[in-house]
Structures are given as structure tokens and as C-alpha cells.
Ligand binder design. Structure first.
Ligand SMILES: [Zn+2]
Length: 332
């Protein structure tokens, strides 16, 4: 029996009498009515276990950086094109994700970073964080701590609503002092970084009495340690989350691209405050991740942003972790 014979149903079984013929006709007419395109994606949250902690990645949606050569600097266009092509990625624009993280330690419910809010300067697909939290069964009012990796608008934009209410009314905020001071400085209003300063002031100043300043190396919440990685911004911070001997590193914006800035870690990113310092921090953090084989959550990598980093030639390679359909089986 050849393949075609095996998959072709026996007509005598399918067409058995007039009733069956009528039914066939009904099915045929229904199948001609095309279903409308749905155009929505599965709810954007992903749950996994880290030691005794329950973690949930929640998406704020994607942002569009435009042509890759305008965002990732110091590389020849042909080199960028070759890397993208080899990795089956579009050549004309870089669309990156925003993967925020919720950690339930059993005592505290901690959110790391807070998306774009209503700002649409990097495309219409962002601003979903609060909806994603609710879809994941997490009440924003239950979040009691928000750790801020840095004060760029794609990481703090949902702290306040546009009508001046707190989206997370019971949260304290944890951030480096140099980050707060730098981006809320009113002397930078009207400068080329005006939009970043305006957004930082909108979200951080109303919460000045709820801010807790954190230091490099400090375990500021049980199982959550700040590790400074300056350069992208002055107080840019990564977080090492540890429970029951298992650790995950939230790398924030150490790299904005899973290929370009890993294969070429000395390349620069357009929004870096001090790009040379950002390169030094990137290489130091990626070296540490590769040497210690630590799992990461990368805010801007493809959804949900969990994986590992290995050395590759002069640079690095990101290997996404397999996603699991079982929340209890998924762990890093
Ligand atoms: Zn970012």
C-alpha cells in the first residue's frame, strides 16, 4: 500500500446512504464560510519555578527599534545583515520584546520592571503589562515591591496611570540612587534626552516617599540581589534571584538583541548613556553567565526570554530554554 492509499478514506465508509449525503452537503456549505482572522495571540505570561519561588514572566508587548543599523552601532551594515540572515531574522527592522518578571517568594510579590505604559513612541504593540498581569491571575494591588533595573521609559512606564493614579497602589520601589538622580534631574529637561527625563519624573517623583535606594551587591529583598551593570544608564542594575540553591539572573538591558550584541558584544546601542562603559559591563556579565552556566531572563529577548549564554569565538551565543506547557514542571 502506498502513502496516498493509506491516507485516502474509503469512500464507502464516508458516503453511506442519503442521510450521510445530506450531512455531507451541510458540512460542505459550512466549510465554505470562511472564519474571520482572530488576530490575537495567546495571553502573554509564562510561569516557572525557581527553587521555592514561583516566577511569572509577563509581557508588556513588543517595541519596534526600526532599521537594525540605526539601533546597533559600530558594525558595518553588511556584517549586521549577515548575522541577521544567518539567524533567519528580518533585515529591515528589529522588533524586540519586553519581558517583565514577577517573583512570588512566598512572603513578597515582586515585579521587576514596568513596561512602556501608554507611550507609543516605539510602536503600537506595547503597554500590555497590567492586562498581562491580570491574565496571569496577578492583581496589581497585590504587588508589594517593584525593582527597577533602570529608569528608561520602557521599564517604568506603567507605574502611574495617565490620570495620575498608581497602578500598583501597595508597592515600594527599589532603584539605585544614581539612576533616580540622573533621570529626574530637571536641568536635563529640554535636552536630547528630554523624553526620558519627562517620563522618569512622571513615574518616580510622585513615589519619592516610596522609593528605597539599593546598592551594588545588596540583597535588598530576601533572595533578590542587585548587581550594578552601569553604562546603558548610570544606575543600570541586574538582579540575581536565588531560592533553594537555584539562581536566575535578570539581565535587564545588558543586551538588547539575542544575536547582534552577543556575537558582537563590543557593538554599541543607540540609547546607551555611556556606550563604552556599557560594553565593559556587557562583557563582564556575559562572561560570568557563561562561566557559571546561570539561567537568565532577558527583558528584550524573544518571548519569554529565558535561556542561557555560552561563549562563541570572540563573543557569545544565546540558547533559549525549552518552554513547558506545564507550570509545575517548568523550572530553571
Ligand atoms: Zn529597555
Amino acid at each position: 500500500m502506498d502513502v496516498l492509499e493509506r491516507v485516502t478514506p474509503n469512500r464507502r465508509c464516508v458516503v453511506a446512504g442519503s442521510a450521510a449525503l445530506a450531512m455531507q452537503a451541510g458540512l460542505a456549505s459550512r466549510s465554505r464560510a470562511a472564519a474571520p482572522f482572530v488576530r490575537s495571540q495567546a495571553p502573554s505570561w509564562y510561569r516557572f519555578t525557581l527553587g521555592q519561588f514561583e516566577c511569572t514572566v509577563v509581557s508588556d508587548g513588543s517595541i519596534d527599534l526600526g532599521p537594525p543599523e540605526k539601533a546597533f552601532l559600530g558594525l558595518e551594515q553588511a556584517v549586521v545583515g549577515e548575522m541577521l540572515e544567518r539567524n533567519f531574522l528580518p533585515l529591515d527592522r528589529s522588533v524586540i520584546e519586553q519581558n517583565a518578571l514577577v517573583i512570588n517568594t512566598g512572603q513578597r510579590l515582586v515585579l521587576i520592571d514596568a513596561g512602556m505604559g501608554s507611550l507609543k513612541s516605539l510602536g503600537p504593540a506595547s503597554g500590555r503589562l497590567v492586562a498581562s498581569l491580570r491574565q496571569a491571575g496577578i492583581d496589581p494591588a497585590a504587588i508589594d515591591a517593584i525593582a527597577i533595573s533602570h529608569a528608561h521609559f520602557d521599564h517604568i512606564g506603567a507605574i502611574m496611570s495617565d490620570d495620575g493614579r498608581r497602578n500598583f497602589p501597595n508597592a515600594q520601589y527599589y532603584v539605585m540612587r544614581e539612576e533616580f538622580d540622573f533621570w529626574t534631574d530637571e536641568r536635563k529637561l529640554g535636552s536630547p534626552v528630554n523624553i526620558i527625563v519627562e517620563v522618569a519624573r512622571k513615574h518616580l517623583l510622585p513615589n519619592r516617599d516610596r522609593l528605597v535606594f539599593i546598592r551594588d551587591g545588596q540583597e535588598f529583598l530576601p533572595g533578590i540581589q542587585a548587581l550594578a551593570a552601569p553604562g546603558h544608564t548610570p544606575g543600570h542594575t541586574t538582579f540575581v534571584i536565588t531560592s533553594a540553591g537555584r539562581s536566575l539572573v535578570y539581565i535587564a538591558d545588558v543586551s538588547h538583541h539575542q544575536v547582534l550584541l552577543l556575537e558582537r558584544p563590543r557593538a554599541k546601542f543607540v540609547f546607551d548613556t555611556d556606550a563604552d562603559q556599557a560594553v565593559t559591563s556587557r562583557i563582564r556579565v556575559l562572561d560570568m553567565l557563561a562561566a557559571q552556566r546561570l539561567p537568565i531572563l532577558a527583558y528584550h529577548f524573544p518571548w519569554p526570554g529565558i535561556g542561557h549564554v555560552t561563549k562563541q569565538g570572540d563573543g557569545f551565543r544565546y540558547i533559549a530554554a525549552p518552554a513547558s506547557t506545564s507550570a509545575t514542571a517548568a523550572s530553571v
